[in-house]
Design a protein around this ligand. Structure first.
Ligand code: 5AD
Ligand code: SF4
Length: 457
């Protein structure tokens, strides 16, 4: 900060807390800005989109504000700020241009941790009643398939081993384009269908299959899917695509159908349960993680008990649990049945306790396994430990006696020797097997045999 001329605060407005964090940071930046001439401050992201001009009025130390569709404007806004021009840009773009961004700064060649994200769609048209995303990220738009595949190829060619396809409802990818193409085809009796570029009709499963074929790609993931957009092909992809990781983050929000309806999630608890069953039939070792909200307006003890029961039944590997936070302009604000903070807090803690025990149970079941790890770097736990993720997206902290420890971005095998509720603990025995085809340990029915096979190979 001491050396910087320009500071940009990127923001999240999903919950009230994240928004308030921005206000307190901006308060502190008043002093930073006054300490030297020629300093500028910008605010980006969802709070910027939500507040726009109002931020400039409220914080005189702020020079510019740009919303979620205006990242391309940063160079010009920053230049103007240094000339003393204050500006806010928050209009929505519905053009493909919004995806046309350098994926990383040219000076940052390659990704040391071997992982990268690729945006496949943006925005959200689901309007869940608690959620501010449809207003901060705008209408749902999918990126052209050819662009996605080209960017993925380039990343893999530059040494990336793991790609995560990204979108607010990532598995809704292409749905509006397909609907439009179908409507056109109907109007023009098939003519438009033949004319439509092939990838304007591609499904999410089709896109996954294309990316999975990129030579050198070891792992493929996607976040976040919505439960209602799983079709047969996508479920089958989890059995068929070897590089597709055996982990899905599948937001549930609540285990009560009554609450789900008030949340406008468009599925019931039973439908979620069935989806989990079908996914596990397809990929028996699948690790499922989730998002849950407690204290949603009208949530009764009985509703909450249904959430506890479903969480136990599905046995999530992990979950992010949030207290409901009222957001401006969302439909849930007009629902009655406010839940007191004390009740919401008690539910949060009870659900967290349950999750902690389920996570620990899942982790303990892994002890003795040899897991494939994509090395990220030094462990947060400190010491000489390194850290990485296994195919199930679990953090594995491991020690090594080897003289040259594995570099970030390499794929190695680590023996899991212990488990905590937060991570797995492992030991790395030696060789880096980067050039061998990655092998994902399939668990499930023949788990013991598979493990033995991997250990002996
Ligand atoms: N209050 C609490 N949690 C929320 N989420 C989204 N909006 C809210 C809100 N208003 C949670 C949901 C979502 C995750 C990204 O954040 O669980 O899946
Ligand atoms: Fe928000 Fe996700 Fe619902 Fe969209 S689908 S409104 S991003 S919770």
């Amino acid at each position: 900060m001491d050396d910087a001329d320009l500071l940009i605060l990127n923001t999240c407005s999903i919950r009230d807390k994240a928004e308030h964090r921005l206000y307190s940071e901006l308060g502190k930046l008043r002093e930073w800005k006054a300490l030297a001439r020629g300093r500028a401050v910008g605010v980006a992201g969802c709070v910027a989109q939500q507040q726009g001009d109002a931020l400039l009025r409220r914080f005189p130390q702020l020079d510019f504000v740009y919303g979620t569709h205006n990242l391309r404007r940063v160079p010009e806004m920053a230049a103007a700020a240094f000339r003393g021009v204050r500006d806010s840009q928050t209009e929505e773009s519905r053009s493909q241009e919004r995806f046309d961004l350098p994926s990383r700064h040219p000076s940052l060649e390659g990704d040391p941790a071997g992982r990268a994200f690729v945006t496949v769609m943006e925005g959200c048209d689901m309007f869940c009643s608690f959620c501010i995303v449809p207003s901060t990220r705008g209408r749902e738009i999918s990126r052209a398939g050819a662009e996605i595949v080209a960017e993925s190829r380039n990343l893999v060619a530059s040494g990336i081993r793991e790609l995560t396809l990204l979108g607010q409802t990532v598995n809704a990818y292409g749905r509006h384009d397909r609907r439009r193409a179908d409507a056109r085809a109907e109007r023009e009796a098939g003519a438009a269908l033949a004319l439509a570029p092939e990838d304007s009709r591609e499904s999410f499963a089709g896109l996954l299959a294309r990316i999975a074929k990129i030579p050198g790609l070891a792992r493929l993931r996607y976040i976040s899917p919505h439960p209602i957009f799983f079709d047969e092909d996508l479920i089958r992809a989890h059995a068929e695509l070897e590089v597709l990781c055996p982990h899905i983050h599948l937001p549930l929000q609540s285990g009560s159908s009554r609450t789900l309806e008030r949340m406008r999630r468009r599925h019931t608890a039973g439908e979620y349960r069935q989806l989990v069953e079908r996914l596990r039939e397809s990929r028996p070792d699948l690790a499922i993680t989730t998002d849950l909200i407690v204290g949603f307006p009208g949530e009764t003890d009985a509703d909450f008990a249904e959430t506890l029961a479903l969480v136990r039944e599905v046995s999530f590997t992990d979950s992010f649990i949030f207290k409901y936070s009222p957001r401006p302009g969302t439909a849930a604000r007009s629902l009655d049945g406010e839940v007191s903070d004390a009740v919401a807090q008690a539910r949060l803690e009870e659900l967290q306790d349950l999750q902690r025990s389920l996570t620990l149970q899942a982790h303990r079941a892994r002890v003795g396994e040899v897991a494939e790890i994509l090395v990220e770097g030094p462990s947060r736990r400190g010491g000489a430990q390194l850290s990485g993720r296994d195919p199930f997206h679990r953090i594995v902290n491991f020690s090594t006696e080897a003289e040259s420890p594995p570099a970030p971005g390499s794929l190695i095998r680590v023996e899991i020797v212990d488990a905590t509720p937060h991570s797995l603990i492992g030991v790395w025995s030696g060789a880096v097997d980067d050039d061998r085809p990655p092998r994902i340990v399939k668990m499930g029915a023949s788990i013991a045999d598979e493990r033995r096979a991997v250990i002996s190979s």
